[in-house]
Design a protein around this ligand. Structure first.
Ligand code: FAD
Length: 510
């Protein structure tokens, strides 16, 4: 069922069993889990069904620290959320990503990779991915041309990625959601406040506003906030009537530990003779699976480095390409043109016989850092909510890790005479506090309501429930304690399905 919140009587009171705020990858995945159940689900989406400039304006905010994309362009504010933009790169987290690593401050989750194992195949379906297979041998069995670069698998291995179409959640799931009798989707229903009871032990209602000047109240038994990491933190911080520092923020953790993936060109790989390296090749909307070079757990421990992977692009194509951070602007039309040009250059530059040199491009987890954070500005948006401010801050461990990754890859490829690796100048500079102009992120927002068993160290528990609040859950990558190397959406959908299963068990037991 679909209701436009601009068209109902002002000050309406809407009631349901489960209220989900936000309809991106996380919110829609949560709603789908309750399809055809006896529970009345209220799904609140701030925007409509299409992109609108005035909705994006609600996302505007200041950024400080490491240079970042304009916030109003880094996320989409309408039904389907940022899956309207995403590229569909997916891979699973590794076991080490969940462990406490003594060389990575604040690392460690209260759950393990095994806890997510049952949920990854279910997430795969939501994202229209192929078979749940991440062993390179499976893909090589299907195509013998997928030959690996030579290296010792104990040090470097081929980590597989799979590619979603990419699934646009707003297009794919709109009919299913709108036709579901027990799901009540409200568009133009921007949540501006979460209200808890007097001692802030449970949420009683949320306030919804829109630019048409209407305001409504939504009451439910369970609340799931799925607005993506920056908005998730912003909403908790702005909901400060019962707790002056914001809901769930009694230990000053909400908004902290904001993490991105560093996506940055780092080195060159020179081969003895040209090769297409098909196993590592990616083509937009064509490639189903490909490998990136990854570092084994043993080597991460030995060199005390973060987890990261290297992808390969022919050097004569890559060397003329501007960095993402320079191509992605607040002007959506211009950004589209820039990326179309990039795709064309990739197609035009590919040689049948392959290439002798490749650019090695890293996707690196950012170490959890309490100073990398989202806070509230004094300036407010058109609905009266304080705007978000993002301070993105890296640590020397990231640069040390980048250098370590290419030392290991270089040694491995060198030993086998498979080729030579040449570091870019900025990695030869031993000052780990400096970053080149082209440093950027992957538009992956993670970690602002981090998961921790100890309420003093995080915002949510192992079930994504806000510590101390009986019925308030956070969905999405804001719950990540560490970022791992892979793009976040597959894992955040798996985590959301796990959260939905937990709520199903909880409401059944009542
Ligand atoms: C250019 C680009 C490329 C990307 N490529 C990849 C990729 O290849 N692989 C990958 O894994 N990830 C990728 N991502 C990231 C991916 O898009 C996100 O991880 C994913 O969309 C997050 O899902 P989400 O549901 O948490 O948030 P979103 O998809 O952002 O959804 C949040 C929803 O909440 C709504 N909302 C926000 N505030 C409110 C409010 N107050 N009240 C009501 N509703 C609200 C929004 O309108 C939106 O519908 C990419 C992102 C970008 C920008």
């Amino acid at each position: 069922m679909h209701i436009d919140a601009r068209n109902i009587e002002n000050n309406s009171i809407i009631e349901g069993d489960i209220c989900i705020v936000g309809s991106g990858a996380a919110g829609i995945s949560a709603a789908l889990e309750f399809l055809n159940t006896p529970y009345k689900v209220i799904l609140l989406e701030g925007g409509g069904f299409e992109y609108e400039k005035q909705m994006q304006d609600l996302y505007k905010g200041k950024t400080t620290g490491q240079r970042y994309y304009p916030l109003e362009s880094a996320r989409l504010h309408y039904f389907g959320g940022t899956t309207g933009h995403w590229s569909g790169f997916c891979s699973t987290f590794d076991a080490i990503d969940f462990k406490e690593r003594e060389w990575v401050p604040h690392s460690g989750w209260p759950i393990t990779r095994e806890d997510l194992d049952p949920y990854y195949p279910r997430a795969h379906k939501n994202l229209d991915l192929g078979p749940y297979e991440y062993d390179v041998k499976y893909w090589q069995g299907k195509d013998p041309e997928l030959k690996s670069l030579p290296f010792d698998g104990d040090a470097v291995y081929n980590k597989m990625w799979q590619f979603s179409k990419p699934t646009r959640f707003g297009t794919k799931y709109r009919d299913t959601i709108v036709k579901a009798p027990n799901i009540h989707l409200y568009t133009y229903a921007n949540v501006t406040d979460i209200t808890a009871n007097e001692n802030a032990s449970a949420v009683t209602q949320v306030t919804v506003k829109n630019l048409a000047g209407k305001q409504h109240t939504v009451k439910a038994k369970q609340f799931i906030i799925a607005c993506c990491s920056i908005q998730n933190a912003r909403l908790l911080l702005a909901s400060n009537k019962q707790m002056p520092k914001g809901l769930g923020n009694q230990h000053d953790n909400v908004g902290r530990y904001f993490m991105e993936h560093l996506e940055i060109k780092s080195a060159e790989l020179w081969l003895a003779k040209p090769d297409v390296l098909k196993l590592y090749h990616w083509e937009w909307e064509i490639t189903k699976a490909r490998a990136e070079l990854a570092i084994s757990e043993k080597m991460q421990r030995k060199y005390k480095i973060l987890n990261g992977t290297a992808s390969l692009t022919p050097l004569d194509i890559a060397k003329n390409q501007p960095a993402f951070i320079d191509m992605w602007t607040a002007d959506t039309a211009q950004t589209k043109k820039n990326f179309a040009k990039l795709d064309q250059a990739n197609k035009d530059g590919a040689k049948k016989e392959g290439h002798r040199s490749y650019q090695l491009f890293t996707r690196l987890e950012q170490a959890p850092n309490p100073n990398s954070r989202v806070t509230l500005d004094v300036e407010k948006d058109a609905l009266g909510v304080p705007r978000a401010m993002l301070h993105w801050e890296l640590t020397p461990l990231e640069k040390h890790s980048l250098r370590g990754i290419y030392k290991i890859i270089g040694e491995q490829i060198g030993i086998t005479n498979g080729g030579r690796v040449r570091l870019m100048d900025y990695l030869r500079d031993e000052n780990d506090n400096t970053w080149p102009e082209f440093t950027g992120g992957g538009w992956h927002h993670m970690g602002t309501t981090r998961m921790a068993a100890d309420p003093t160290k995080g915002v949510v528990d192992a079930n994504c429930k806000v510590h101390g609040i009986a019925n308030l859950y956070m969905a999405g990558a804001s719950c990540y304690a560490t970022a791992a190397a892979p793009n976040p959406t597959l894992t955040l959908v798996a985590l959301t399905i796990r959260l939905a299963d937990h709520i199903k068990r909880k409401v059944k037991a009542v």
